[in-house]
Design a protein around this ligand. Structure first.
Ligand code: C5P
Ligand code: ZN
Length: 454
């Protein structure tokens, strides 16, 4: 911990000497909040800041960045590419599995932490930013980044360093509520919240509007009001009915316990607004980034109302695309190898949302990691998702994807439960073969460790 803080101080001192900084960040909710935190802190300190969002830090992006001849602050990315950054003046605040140590890098993995649950890219960035600005709202954004990165999903609450931040904000800017962990409590009718929930998948309810309406009506609850509008008693009635329903359908304790957990309310934002709930806020940001409008997401972080309205339109569009993506996967079917399952969406699903669709499709068969392919302008985009149960059994998708992608001339990486890669057109089959073998080895080498929150 002491070393982590001194690294943050060292990096902040390097940044303070700059007149101008180019922040390069990842196009997702964590990346947007990380970039917003860096930009705000730099400006508060009197340093000119520009931001660029990239899908991945590929070679051609690095070349473009080098041409600009600026000091770079990489946020929520960079750790997988330090070996290609030799000619650059930079710092990195990232949480993806690093390929090696670097004195200009602040990454939780280098300090004995698990960057997939204990610290997001936004929180890593906040550690440096805090030395440049005392704006407390930056902490709020960092929390949204962690939730956007699903760092709270493993244990139904934030843990590790994320929790330290949460405790600092608790009661001032944030309220911790024990509630259902379904998406849309602020803004969606209860029936939609239930219908679209996928964690856990509830047989007979998930994906079936008519059943959800019947289910709620039988409990004398209006399906078309929002969760925040009903009484505590009604909430209790719904939760116990859902639990009973899950038991009747044979769901195990591990799945049922995922229904409730911690939710994070951002107290400065009004009730009924996406920005009130960290989960909804981060989804709103994702909906901008995945459609090439990460700048809109960043403007939302800075409180811009026009951008907020645009982001809501993008969110509606995002929802439609996800539903359409799921329908496409259903139609084409998911194929199975011995250790992984996969589908190839070709050009039918955007490469920027293929990972989300893969994650949503995983619930149909959570026993094997799911691999999804989509064509992109620079090759085949691969997204892989798995359950924490598989991770506890030894699976590490980040490592598996990096090795199999490199074996076919591509590149990849990420986290143990969620990873991605870019591989040459036509190499899908070979890639799958190699990946299946690596996953087999990972699962065979498993050490049956009982997992508990750090
Ligand atoms: O794109 P997707 O959401 O599937 O990415 C999942 C994870 O894999 C992200 O954390 C991302 O940084 C990582 N990834 C990577 N290399 C790629 C694509 C994704 O390291 N080419
Ligand atoms: Zn991240």
């Amino acid at each position: 911990m002491k070393e982590l803080i001194s690294r943050a101080v060292e990096l902040a001192e390097i940044v303070k000497k700059q007149e101008e900084v180019l922040v390069v960040s990842h196009i997702d909710a964590d990346g947007i909040t990380a970039a917003s935190i860096a930009k705000k802190a730099l400006e508060d300190y009197g340093i000119e800041a520009k931001v660029r969002f990239v899908k991945q830090l590929e070679k051609f992006e690095i070349e473009k960045i080098k041409d600009e001849n600026k000091f770079i602050w990489f946020t929520d990315l960079g750790s997988g590419h330090v070996s290609h950054l030799a000619d650059l003046d930079f710092i990195i605040s990232d949480h993806h599995v690093p390929i090696g140590r670097h004195e200009r890098q602040l990454n939780p993995h280098d300090f004995g932490m698990d960057g997939s649950i204990e610290m997001s890219g936004a929180v890593a960035t906040l550690m440096v930013a805090n030395r440049l600005s005392h704006d407390e709202s930056l902490g709020e954004l960092a929390l949204v980044g962690s939730v956007g990165d699903l760092q709270d999903s493993r244990y139904g609450k934030l843990v590790g360093f994320n929790r330290k931040l949460l405790q600092f904000l608790d009661g001032k800017l944030v309220e911790i509520q024990k509630d259902v962990r379904f998406f849309g409590k602020q803004t969606r009718p209860i029936v939609k919240m239930l219908e679209y929930n996928i964690d856990p998948l509830i047989p007979g309810l998930t994906g079936d509007e008519a059943s959800c309406v019947r289910f709620l009506s039988s409990l004398q609850v209006d399906p078309w009001v929002r969760w925040i509008e009903i009484s505590k008693e009604e909430k209790r009635r719904i939760i116990s009915a859902i639990v009973r329903h899950c038991i009747n359908f044979g769901l195990g304790y591990d799945e049922i316990k995922r229904i409730a957990g911690e939710c994070y309310i951002l107290l400065r934002n009004p009730e009924g607004c996406e920005k009130r709930d960290a989960m909804e806020f981060s989804t709103l940001l994702n909906a901008t980034a995945r459609y090439g409008e990460a700048e809109v997401g960043m403007a939302v972080c800075f409180g811009d109302e026009k951008a907020f309205s645009r982001a809501r339109t993008l969110l509606q569009n995002h929802r439609k695309n996800l539903a359409e993506g799921l329908r496409i996967v259903e139609e084409m079917g998911i194929k199975e190898l011995k250790y992984v399952q996969y589908f190839h969406a070709g050009r039918e699903i955007r490469d920027t949302i293929i990972g989300i669709v893969a994650g949503m499709s995983l619930v149909r068969n959570p026993k094997k990691p799911i691999i999804a392919f989509a064509e992109s302008e620079r090759g085949i985009k691969v997204s892989a998702r798995a359950t924490y149960k598989l991770v506890d059994s030894g699976l590490n998708l980040g490592k598996a994807l990096r090795a199999s992608a490199e074996a076919v001339g591509g590149s990849g990486g990420g986290h143990s439960v969620a990873a991605g890669a870019l591989i040459p057109y036509g190499s899908e089959e070979k890639f799958l073969q190699i990946l299946d073998e690596i996953v087999a080895k990972q699962l065979q080498n498993r050490t049956l460790s009982m997992s508990s929150p750090p």
